[in-house]
Design a protein. Structure first.
Lengths: 226, 252
């Protein structure tokens, strides 16, 4: 009994004496190859992808010590996110994390690399991944103040996100950004194109676009939107 | 037939007395508790993460419990000379085999149903039904392979090692084939040989990596249920035939 108590006390003491592992950004290891991950999934890649996403997310908050996202190696981060999407292409979590967490860091180069990652992934499955490119467009416009970049993303949205469930505001982003760039003629052409394409059938959406086109054609619209 | 039913009933009774159902209940509760914890950690796709990280350990846990139960139960029976007693009854050896198999198969079905219960609040009914049926099929294959291994090897550790190797290999065979066929440089003779050996092994293993997929529970495309049934039926015939061949040639 004494030996048992001693053993228990020694174990608890040992664990208490061991300092908690520090969470450093360098702790994020390189992403394994997709072949190795498929092998490790034992035929169930979706479950592995969900677990890996939680593991990756833990590099923000690990063992109670916060690691700012900006200290992460973004090349490695991108590789991890790519692998997770390859394992579970239907999953939205990696792109949500990319656009809402990792693209929000105050380092422009890292923001841009994450936005490009979102853009590349969007092109692989536009009708499912459009919300994240829409968010990337907003970040490019309002955070980076890079209107040409925002226009590139908005054009991709308009061109490739063709499913019926993609809302008008997402498809219309291109026109709004053109207005912001004072490209009013181009904006009018884009909106006129929507109306003539016949792809918009909702009466409320049609009215909204027609009103917007009239506003653009009004003389006061020559002043760019803020 | 009466001896088959009696053996199946005795096997089920043994599972109950071994507290197998309690063990499964503990597994289910522990896995459910883990997913509640993950619920607090995930910032998106909470339901999908809960389902995926609940289903995968439950499947592996059910396979582990079943394989260990089949192997240890058969070895204990053999050590207690119960096997010899049963084989001395005026019934063919196949009755003994199918009686034991029916009992273990019933345990497998109960395990699969218990594993499906905690998934019910999170998964859509059609996906959950397919997942459960597929898990029953997967467990039936594991039951047959465990019986075959324990009848052939007659020892706990070798039999369990063989079943584990079989299961892990079957579950990763597609990935292994992809890796074996993806040489960075031109295909050499060694590459061709490795690919051919891997393809040959894959031919002999069941397509377990297409069964009991988590993606069915999170709204992904459903698998071909007929392929699951077909693979199960074919492999059960193959393994049961191999086990019976071994059982008939053995001298007790």
């Amino acid at each position: 009994m004494t030996l048992l108590a001693l053993g228990l006390a020694a174990q608890i003491g040992f664990k208490l004496a061991t300092p908690p592992r520090g969470a450093r950004a360098e702790d994020l290891p390189p992403a394994p190859g997709i072949g190795a991950l498929r092998l490790a999934s034992f035929g169930d890649p979706v479950a592995l992808a969900k677990g890996l996403m939680l593991y990756l997310q833990a590099f923000d908050y690990q063992s109670g010590t916060k690691v700012p996202y900006r200290d992460l190696d973004y090349e490695r981060l991108e590789a991890w996110l790519t692998r997770i999407l390859e394992l579970d292409p239907r999953g939205q979590y990696p792109l949500l994390a990319a656009s809402r967490l990792y693209a929000e860091v105050p380092i422009e180069s890292k923001q841009r690399s994450m936005l490009e990652f979102i853009y590349r992934q969007f092109l692989l499955d536009p009708n499912r991944r459009w919300p994240w490119l829409a968010n990337a467009t907003v970040i490019a416009k309002h955070r980076l103040h890079d209107l040409p970049l925002a226009l590139r993303y908005a054009r991709a949205l308009q061109r490739y996100a063709t499913a019926a469930n993609v809302p008008l505001w997402a498809k219309q982003m291109e026109a709004f950004i053109l207005e912001d760039m004072n490209e009013l003629e181009a904006a009018r052409v884009v909106i006129g194109g929507y109306l003539q394409s016949g792809s918009i059938t909702d009466p409320a959406e049609l009215r909204l676009l027609e009103k917007h086109l009239k506003d653009l054609e009004a003389p006061s619209s020559r002043t760019p939107r803020k | 037939m009466p001896i088959v039913a009696a053996l199946a009933k005795a096997t089920l009774l043994e599972a109950v007395r071994n507290r197998l159902l309690w063990l499964t209940a503990i597994l289910v509760v522990a896995a459910f508790g883990l997913t509640q914890f993950l619920n607090q950690v995930a910032i998106a796709e909470t339901r999908e993460i809960q389902v995926a990280l609940l289903a995968a350990p439950l499947r592996v846990g059910a396979v582990f419990i079943l394989a260990v139960f089949v192997v240890t139960s058969m070895v204990r029976e053999s050590n207690d000379k119960v096997t010899e007693l049963l084989l001395s009854l005026p019934a063919p050896r196949s009755s003994y085999f199918f009686g034991k198999f029916a009992g273990y198969a019933s345990v497998a079905a109960i395990l699969a149903l218990l594993c499906a219960v905690p998934l019910a609040p999170f998964a859509a009914p059609p996906g959950l039904a397919l997942w459960t049926v597929s898990l029953v099929c997967e467990l039936l294959i594991v039951t047959a392979v465990s019986l075959f291994c324990v009848l052939s090897l007659a020892q706990v550790v070798p039999a369990l090692a063989a079943v584990s190797g079989f299961y892990l290999l079957s579950r990763s065979m597609t990935a292994i084939q992809i890796i074996a066929g993806a040489s960075l440089e031109g295909q050499t003779l060694t590459d061709h040989t490795v690919s051919a050996v891997v393809a040959l092994i894959a031919l002999l293993l069941p397509a377990l990596d297409g069964m009991t997929q988590t993606t069915w529970l999170v709204g992904g495309a459903f698998g071909n249920v007929f392929a699951v049934f077909g693979q199960t039926a074919i492999y059960l015939i193959l393994i049961c035939a191999a086990a019976l061949f071994d059982l008939y040639r053995k001298n007790f």
